[in-house]
Ligand binder design. Structure first.
Ligand code: NAG
Ligand code: NAG
Ligand code: NAG
Ligand code: NAG
Ligand code: NAG
Ligand code: NAG
Ligand code: NAG
Ligand code: NAG
Length: 874
């Protein structure tokens, strides 16, 4: 049959002999393998056989863990309703509630049908409207028109995975509910317009002819499509045959014979057959297009001189010209693409001039098209997070896809949305979620995970080392749980190389060995709660414990508690005696500087590792607290821009901390040129040092869920290593504070260094991260200018005033350290100076955060590199 229509949408199945082949069961019914028939709201474990189709219906309990079973009101219990309509499952209070249908064949086509009969089940007498999603894609809006009128939603779609979700989404127009859910496999060749990226949502499926109510379903339709009868005795006359109607070979629709055995012709043979429908826009598809299928078969044996031939138009536009139905063989005119019109669609079937018989039609289907192109979250991530959800019985909005659509993504997760790849779960925050049991190893299956916050739960057991195999993992927070065991070696390594920062404070049983835990319990009534941990861990744990015991012993003068059985040889080496310290420092020969609580000495470990030994002056009572604070704080902080703690002294004769040696000395000395041998810092080196220090501070402020304010940021507390990588040092003044508390802390005692105080700190003794930002601004000005924070030239002048004055004259050259010798991009210098001045704004809220500062400094470096202005050798 030649396609003569000019309409490009038109496709026609070529006619041929032979019947569609159905797979038929021994009992004569078509194969129903893969059918899933769910009566939503049916009590758990119940099932029954549907009277009309003889298909078994089961309770929905195994397919969703959300919602409540409800019965419809008594007045709507009507024997003419199928049993499915007598109960519903409703989902009050949930934004999205889903059914998961499993055991599907990936890439296969399925028909999904959801049914809704309100029946005033909630006694509110108010018909709701809500959205239906197929997986992550909008399917349709369900609008309940009347309490006793069932709504049917159907979509034919290709599923990507081995399961599919049907979700009800609350759109604020009443509580979603559902009566029934059917899943039917459909041969892949059928309904070719349904493919991997688009689905067909049923608008109408009509069986023309029968005037008594007879819905055709399974087993007459092997796919259990629902064909509703349509007759109009005022316009149409039914014609029918008792003979079976076969499908054409390779039929794309496999219309049931029962449906095709009836048809209509116009009562007035010279009239056309007309029907129409209104477009149903939704908030997702405000201008939907439609796809139609008209199914034809000639039911009457025609005389040789008789012809039935007709034209089909849609909205007055020719769609198919001079079509003649095939005798007892069903064939279809269907759209390959969308018909679009403003709001109203009408189809007209009219006999041609050559036709001796009126037009006819047997059945029609109308669909609108939805995109199924949105892809869900990476399947491995979904599997892992689903297992985590099940493991911890997470009670959140954890329904449907974790990341898609963004508006419905799961609480506590954040995802990355790639352009050509499925979304990945990037951070999981389950803090304060009441989790108990082990740290699930499924977390280690979230391969794109960067942040994991499990703080403040009741997690027990040990920390799984598999977490260390997550390539992108940067932050783990396990604070405030009941974990035991020690930090496993893989994680320890990642912590030490700076690729993971981990917080694990407030886990009283977390330790290096069961034995130390015992001793850990004994000290629990101590006034200082020491965080037990193992970074560089293990060293510090034992160190802080030892320090504590040391102090307790001094107080009680008799306790002889000592940590037992530290099985790690390396650890023993990190517990230094006073005499070891003495040997290490060549009898405290070389002073490196003075810290907040004592003197810092140069030293070497036995393996020739150079260290800095901070020896506390025994007399300083005030220092004890600060010393312990420092030890305590350091156990929780690990970052490449923060100085590493190597060991401690546990002898009664000493109280000391041993740090990695920073061969570059302090930034202060470097800037003042005290260290002349290496010459002055280049502009680029200065920017890098500023960026390193900013990152260290940002980490203190941000990366830990328990945040820190350094309180004494100054160039003397920024140390440089041999490569001029900068690290933040001296936490003697650190004070941890929790974000849940006030955002500031009042100190009874002002600590800090003249010239670096933020104004509000000096005035009100109030302390926030913005104080550090202020101090950092001063540091940055020093880095730019090479001048000290307070100059005496001849009047005491603060560097901020000095810089502002010069910049107000528009001169950056007067500001940048002359020793840089022009080797800088003036724009970058302006940007850096501007940033420093923003940091030192009077009002704390006008200062940027350290995160902003880091970003700005990164930009400075990029600009500098791009400008080629730097003549920097590094
Ligand atoms: C619904 O009605 C049936 C009896 O018709 C009863 O067994 C069942 O408990 C009712 N369910 C609810 C949720 O009220
Ligand atoms: C699905 O069909 C639409 C319309 O014909 C087409 O644009 C799209 O590329 C098809 N998708 C696939 C995956 O074949
Ligand atoms: C049939 O339809 C034609 C054209 O619409 C009209 O002229 C004619 O009167 C109609 N016949 C009857 C019997 O209604
Ligand atoms: C067709 O032929 C039959 C006889 O075979 C005759 O009765 C009938 O009127 C003819 N019809 C037409 C439309 O010519
Ligand atoms: C749609 O078109 C049909 C036929 O043209 C007409 O009967 C019907 O009233 C129209 N509906 C609307 C809403 O315009
Ligand atoms: C109608 O019949 C005439 C004469 O038999 C023929 O030439 C013409 O092609 C036919 N038209 C159609 C649309 O079949
Ligand atoms: C996790 O959520 C809690 C609130 O539930 C919040 O306080 C905390 O900062 C979040 N953690 C991260 C890393 O965002
Ligand atoms: C850690 O806790 C788990 C569960 O609470 C327990 O089974 C295990 O024995 C504990 N391990 C140690 C070393 O205490």
């Amino acid at each position: 049959m030649a396609v003569r229509s000019s309409c490009s949408l038109l496709l026609l199945v070529l006619a041929g002999a032979g019947a569609g082949i159905l797979s038929v069961h021994g009992d004569g019914t078509p194969d129903s393998t893969g059918f899933l028939s769910i009566d939503c709201g049916l009590p758990e474990k119940s099932s029954y056989v549907d009277a009309a189709t003889k298909l078994p219906y089961v309770s929905d309990a195994g397919f969703t863990d959300a919602g409540y079973n409800r019965n419809v009101s008594a007045e709507y219990i009507n024997p003419s309703f199928t049993k499915r309509y007598l109960n519903v499952r409703s989902f009050p209070g949930a934004k999205r509630s889903c059914y998961t249908l499993g055991s599907l064949t990936p890439g296969s086509k399925y028909l999904f049908r959801a049914t809704f009969m309100y029946g005033n089940y909630d006694g509110l007498g108010k018909q709701p409207a809500f959205d239906l999603h197929l997986g992550v894609n909008f399917w349709q809006t369900v609008r309940i028109a009347a309490a006793d009128s069932p709504e049917i939603a159907e979509v034919i779609a290709v599923v990507q995975g081995d399961s599919a979700q049907v979700c009800l989404v609350d759109v604020g127009s009443g509580t979603p509910f559902i009566s029934g859910l059917d899943l039917r496999p459909v041969k892949g060749a059928l309904y070719p317009q349904a493919n991997a990226t688009q689905g067909l949502v049923l608008h109408a499926r009509r069986n023309f002819g029968p005037d008594e109510v007879a819905v055709v379903r399974y087993p007459d339709d092997p796919y259990d499509r629902v064909w509703l009868p349509w007759s109009d005795p005022a316009e149409w006359k039914e014609i029918s045959t008792a003979e079976a109607v076969k499908g054409v070979v390779g039929s794309l629709f496999e219309e049931p014979s029962t449906v095709m055995q009836t048809a209509i012709v116009p009562l007035n043979a010279s009239k056309s057959i007309d029907f129409s429908w209104d477009a149903e826009p939704s908030h997702v598809y405000p201008d939907p297009g439609y796809i139609c299928m008209l199914h034809f078969a000639e039911l009457q044996r025609l005389d040789s001189n008789a012809t039935r031939q007709f034209d089909v138009t849609i909205n007055g536009v020719p769609w198919y010209h001079a079509y003649t139905p095939l005798y007892l063989t069903s064939d279809t005119i269907y759209s390959g693409g969308l018909h679009r019109s403003s709001s109203n669609y009408s189809i007209s079937i009219r006999a041609t001039a050559n036709s001796t018989l009126p037009p006819t039609v047997n059945a029609a289907e109308v669909f609108n098209v939805i995109s199924t192109a949105s892809v869900g979250t990476d399947v491995q991530d979904v599997a892992a997070i689903t297992a985590i959800k099940a493991n911890y019985q997470v009670k959140k909005n954890w329904m449907g896809d974790p990341c898609v659509p963004k508006t419905l993504s799961w609480d506590g997760l954040s995802c990355s949305y790639g352009i050509s790849s499925p979304p990945r779960i990037e951070s999981v925050n389950l803090s304060f979620s009441g989790l108990s049991g082990d740290v699930s190893f499924y977390f280690a299956k979230l391969k794109a995970l960067k942040y994991l916050d499990l703080s403040h739960n009741k997690l027990t057991g040990s920390i799984p080392d598999v977490l260390s195999q997550l390539p992108s993992l940067m932050v783990i927070d396990l604070t405030g749980n009941r974990l035991n065991g020690s930090i496993p070696p893989g994680l320890l390594k990642r912590i030490q190389d700076g690729s993971i920062s981990m917080r694990y404070g407030d886990n009283p049983n977390l330790c290096s060995k069961g034995d130390s835990c015992e001793t850990g319990k004994k000290k629990s009534n101590s006034m200082l709660v020491l965080y037990i941990a193992v970074p560089i861990v293990v060293f510090v744990v034992v160190g802080t414990l030892a320090l504590l015991f040391f102090f307790m012993r001094r107080k009680k003068a008799k306790s002889s508690v000592k940590p037992r059985d530290v099985n790690d040889l390396q650890l023993k080496n990190r517990r230094f005696t006073y005499s070891e310290l003495k040997a290490m420092t060549n009898n405290f020969h070389q002073e490196l500087g003075k810290g907040a609580f004592g003197i810092v000495y140069d030293g070497f470990l036995k393996d020739k590792t150079r260290v800095a030994v901070k020896l506390m002056s025994e007399s300083s009572k005030q220092g004890v607290g600060e010393f312990l604070t420092e030890a305590e704080s350091l156990t929780k902080i690990h970052h490449k821009n923060i100085v590493t703690l190597i060991g401690y002294c546990k002898d009664s004769g000493c109280m000391a901390l041993v740090y990695e040696y920073m061969s570059g000395g302090t930034l202060k000395d470097k800037l003042r040129g005290r260290d002349d041998s290496t010459g002055s810092l280049t502009w680029r080196q200065r920017l890098r040092i500023a960026l390193d220090s900013a990152q260290g501070l940002e980490y203190l402020h941000k990366a830990c869920s328990q945040r820190f304010v350094h309180r004494d940021v100054k160039t003397a507390n920024i140390l440089l290593d041999g490569n001029l990588d900068a690290k933040i040092a001296d936490f003697g003044l650190l004070k941890a504070f929790h974000r849940d508390e006030d955002t500031h802390i009042s100190q009874t005692r002002v600590v800090g260094t003249q010239g670096y105080f933020a104004p509000e700190y000096v005035g009100a003794e109030r302390l926030t991260e913005k104080c550090d930002v202020y101090s950092f601004g001063v540091v940055l000005l020093e880095v730019i200018t090479g001048k000290p924070a307070v100059m005496h030239c001849p009047e005491p002048t603060h560097i901020i005033t000095w810089v502002r004055q010069r910049l107000s004259r528009g001169s950056i050259e007067d500001v940048v350290d002359a020793r840089v010798q022009g080797g800088y991009d003036a724009n970058v210098a302006w940007k850096a100076a501007d940033l420093a001045l923003k940091c030192t704004e009077q009002a704390p809220e006008q200062r940027p955060t350290m995160t902003d500062v880091v970003t700005q400094l990164q930009e400075c470096l990029v600009l500098e590199d791009g400008s080629g202005g730097g003549r920097d050798a590094v």
